[in-house]
Structure formats: C-alpha cells, structure tokens
Write a protein that binds this ligand. Structure first.
Ligand SMILES: Nc1ncnc2c1ncn2[C@@H]1O[C@H](COP(=O)(O)OP(=O)(O)OP(=O)(O)O)[C@@H](O)[C@H]1O
Ligand SMILES: [Mg+2]
Length: 503
C-alpha cells in the first residue's frame, strides 16, 4: 500500500435546489493507483469531479493536496494544484489545433505565445502516449478517442498529479478502449493518481486498484478491487440485488411492418435487407464503425440511400427528412444523445413531449395535464431520477439526460422504434428497467430495432440478430436457432466468419 495520499477529500457536501448531491463524502487518491468511483446515475460522481476541478464550490468540507489544505475557487486553481480531468462532456475547442487546445491558458513563455515551442512540446507529449496525429491538426478532425488523448496530453503538459476520467470509454470502440487502458497503465507506472468513472464492470475490474461507491450522494463503501466481486458492488450501488438479465417475454410475433431491400449508400453500407414484424425485437450487432448507425439514420431520413427500397406497412416509403419518418411512425433514439436529442435549457416535461406535442392538444390548446401524465409515466418507467418533472434537463446527471431523450421518442407512440445503444452511460439498475420497458413495448405491438455493441443486451432481448461487419450484413441468427451463440456472433462481427452469409 503506498503510504501518503496525493489528494484527500473530507466531509464534502454540496446541495442544489431540491437535491443534496453530496453529503459528507470523504476518500483519498494514491500515487500510482487507479481508484474507480462508482454509483447509479445521479449518485454524485460528476459532482465530485466538478468539485475537484474547481467548477463547483462545495458547501462544506475540505480538500488536501499533498500536505496542503486547498480551496479551489476556479478551474484555474485546481489546474495549478495539479488536478486535470477528462469530463463527461468535452470542454475543448473544435476549431483550434491540438497544440492550441493543450497550451491555451498556460503558454510556454508566459503571456507571449511561443507557438514553435508549444508545437514542439505537443509533439513530445503525443509521442509519450503513442498518439498518431499531429500538433497542427484541428480538434474537429479527430475521433472521440483521439480527443481524449489530447486531454490526457494536456494533463501531462502540466505534470498533473491527479488525472480524472469521467466515463472516458462511453464513445470508444473496443480497440480504442484497450488503447486507453494501455495509457492508464503507463500513467500509473509514472506515479500519477487516477480517478476513473465507468458504469461497465469489466472496465472497473480491468483498470482499478481501489473503488469508492456513492449512493444518493453518500459514500456507502470503499475497498480494494481484488477483494470484491461484481454482485457485491451492484448491491452497494443500487441498494438491492439486481437481476441483470430479464427473462425474455414469450410473444407471438405479428405481421410485417417494415421491409428493407438492397439498401446501400456510397461509402458506409451496402445491400442491407431485412423484414421487421410487430412485437418483434430485431438486434443489430457489430463493432463500432460497422455501419449500423448509418443504416438507421438513413431509414430515419437523416441521409439518402443511393440504392434500395423500403416498404412500410405494405406501401413504398421514402424519408426525405426525419419529419417524414416521424409522421410515418418511425422513431429513432440516436446514439449521440447529447448532440442529437437533448435540449438542455428546457425542462424534463418539455423535452419529453417535444416530438409529440400534437398528442397533447385538447380543443386547440396544449394540455399541460396530458403532458404531465405522459412525462410522469415514461419518466417513472425509465427510472429517471430528478427533483421534479419540470427540472431543467441540463441540471440532470448525464445518464438521466439520456433516459429523457429515450422517453421523448417513445412518447411519439411510434410503430417502429430504433434504439441506438439505448443503455450506454446508464447504470446497472436503470438498465434493467430500460430492458424491461423495451420488452413491454414489444408486447404492446411495437416493432423494435435494437442497435447495441453489448452482446448480453442483444442476446437477452432480441428475437433475431443481424450481424454487420464493415458495412455489410455478414449473418442473421434466430433465437434458439443455428449460430445463436456468443462465440459465433462475435466471430461474425469481427469478420472471422465471412462465409456464413445471411440465414
Ligand atoms: N447544476 C446542477 N443543478 C441542479 N442539480 C444538479 C446540478 N448538477 C448536478 N445536479 C444534481 O446532482 C445529482 C448528482 O448528479 P451527478 O451529475 O453528480 O451524477 P452522476 O453520478 O455523475 O450520474 P451519471 O452516472 O448519470 O453521470 C443529481 O441529482 C443531479 O440532478
Ligand atoms: Mg456523471
């Protein structure tokens, strides 16, 4: 056990109107150790991060860095004390270069900007973490994984003692996640203290040495990762044991709703064909980048196919824009909910009913009561945690914002709903609630397309699974039929099984 902590929080409390986000929380971070901070959506994890980085001032409590008591009244103070963070929502500048993003605010040479020096140092930092892009590249040209690497380089530029990562893997492919873990191991070996936030247990067990668990703003446990097992952590987080896989509902699948034939576009996918029936859950599995989201966006009218035919309830269907798809009864819950779905300054009710206002008009007027009833029903079913239903979306935790965007699309009472990675960033207990709700929607007659990179999720919910690899369908398997096994599905998704085309 390393002796002295790098950073210690003690008795930290923080309240917002109507919610006590943190209550008397204390723990320490140690050099060369990764501490996982775990807890449900809204437990207070990001609030801890914002307190440690000077974005929020705690109402009570103390912070010690090394031997010194610290008071952060701005992000600059935290930065000066050697604390750097990769936030849940990125806070960098798209239009600036990598070097500019790294050195903005603390240029070599004081106030005078020595760009040659900044670029040279950036190149050295990028080399240190094996990054394969240039200091002059604009941030917007980089993938999310590469942007994380810029944030890590930024932390290293200042020799940060503490590096905080708030759900850094949420938008990464499995290969990129491995790459991130390699860097985390390296930072550990160099003696940095790391605080790592994730909802995925395999990541927590892979990467952390210690864990701290929050529930409703209070610390409910901490310990060494090697001494704990997943079910124990789940019970601590949620306050009860959770059945992570619901028994699949036995439903009689109905008539065909959607038929897709030979759908192609110029670069991302080719010759996609399938049928979708009422009460059916059709899974789309594949690695990140396999083209699944692009197919769905095309069906939803966000892009035009170069070839192919779509039939909805027996009639040819062309979506020139999402409005056409919505009018025809197709809803799409996008993967990138922060950018494509949530209106942060509006309230939960307004966000929930945004795409279905027509359903709440009574005698020519918008009925608040009707809106409220729909919001309450969906919010409760999806386990949205909020002080009240009028609360601004921007005040909710990341995971709870995502649940509201799902509610918004379900409120349109669609015939076909396309869910793109619906449980990304959602905690283990809420995930079970979302899964149960998807099953119930199918039971009510909805046809569901479920795009997911999580095999247990697709295998637990879907009746059939289409596997995509590099823009093509490589196989389709039916629950209980030949090829319905985790090994076969993963093999197909990685392209190992290219011969087994279409069932
Ligand atoms: N600016 C704010 N105004 C009002 N309430 C807030 C604000 N920021 C956070 N909260 C509330 O504080 C609580 C803790 O939120 P926090 O973002 O820390 O959760 P989290 O553990 O990071 O969850 P997630 O896993 O969903 O990201 C939530 O109830 C949230 O609504
Ligand atoms: Mg958070």
């Amino acid at each position: 056990m390393p002796s002295d902590p790098v950073l210690t929080l003690a008795g930290i409390s923080k309240s917002f109107p109507g919610v006590r986000a943190l209550s008397d929380v204390g723990f320490s971070l140690y050099p060369g150790q990764v501490t996982a901070l775990i807890g449900e959506n809204g437990a207070g994890k990001s609030t801890i991060v914002k307190t440690l980085t000077g974005i929020y001032l705690p109402d009570e409590g103390s912070l010690t860095v090394g031997q010194e008591a610290k008071h952060f009244s701005s992000p600059r103070d935290a930065w000066a004390a050697g604390i750097a963070a990769i936030h849940q929502e990125t806070v960098m500048f798209d239009e600036l270069t990598v070097a500019e993003n790294i050195f903005t605010g603390h240029m070599p040479g004081g106030t005078l900007i020595d760009w040659a020096e900044a670029r040279r140092r950036t190149a050295a930092l990028l080399k240190r973490i094996d990054a394969d892009f240039k200091p002059e590249t604009k941030l917007k040209r980089l993938s999310v994984a590469q942007q994380h690497m810029v944030e890590i380089a930024r932390a290293l530029s200042h020799e940060a003692k503490v590096i905080i990562m708030d759900e850094p893997t949420a938008a990464l492919s499995s290969h990129e996640i491995q790459e991130l873990f390699r860097i985390v191991d390296q930072l550990k070996a160099e003696g940095h203290a790391i605080l790592f936030i994730s909802h995925k247990f395999d990541e927590i067990f892979r990467v952390s040495d210690r864990w701290v668990c929050l529930r409703d703003g209070e610390k409910v446990g901490e310990g060494l990762t090697r001494d704990v097992r997943e079910p124990d952590l789940v019970r601590l987080m949620v306050g009860r044991p959770v059945d992570q896989i619901f028994p699949k509902r036995a439903l009689t699948i109905g008539e065909t709703v959607l038929e897709v034939e030979g759908l192609s576009n110029a670069t991302e996918f080719e010759d996609i064909g399938f049928t979708l029936r009422r009460r059916e859950i059709l899974g789309f599995y594949g690695l990140v980048g396999a083209g699944r989201s692009e197919v769905m966006q095309c069906l939803f009218g966000m892009s035009r196919p170069t070839r192919g035919r779509v039939t909805l309830e027996g009639r040819p269907f062309v979506a020139k824009a999402p409005a056409d798809a919505i009018a025809a009864g197709i809803a799409y819950v996008p993967e990138d909910r922060q950018h494509q779905g949530a209106v942060l300054p509006l309230g939960i009710r307004e966000n929930t009913t945004l795409a279905s206002l027509g359903a709440h008009v009574r005698y020519g007027f918008l009925s608040r009561n009707s809106e409220r009833a729909a919001t309450r029903m969906l919010g409760t079913r999806l386990a949205v945690k909020a002080a009240h239903w009028e609360q601004r979306l921007g005040e909710l935790s990341g995971g709870n914002q995502q649940k509201v965007v799902i509610a918004k699309w379900l409120a349109t009472k669609p015939k076909v709903v396309i869910l793109d990675e619906p449980t990304k960033g959602i905690d283990v207990g809420s995930k079970a609630a979302v899964h149960d709700f998807i099953g119930e929607l199918a039971e009510d007659g909805l046809a569901v397309i479920l795009v997911s990179s999580e095999l247990p999720e697709v295998m637990g919910l879907a009746d059939r699974i289409i596997v995509m690899h590099e823009g093509q369908m490589v196989t389709a398997v039916t629950r209980g039929g030949p090829g319905w096994s985790a090994e076969a599905i993963v093999a197909a998704a990685t392209g190992a099984d290219h011969q087994a085309v279409a069932a």
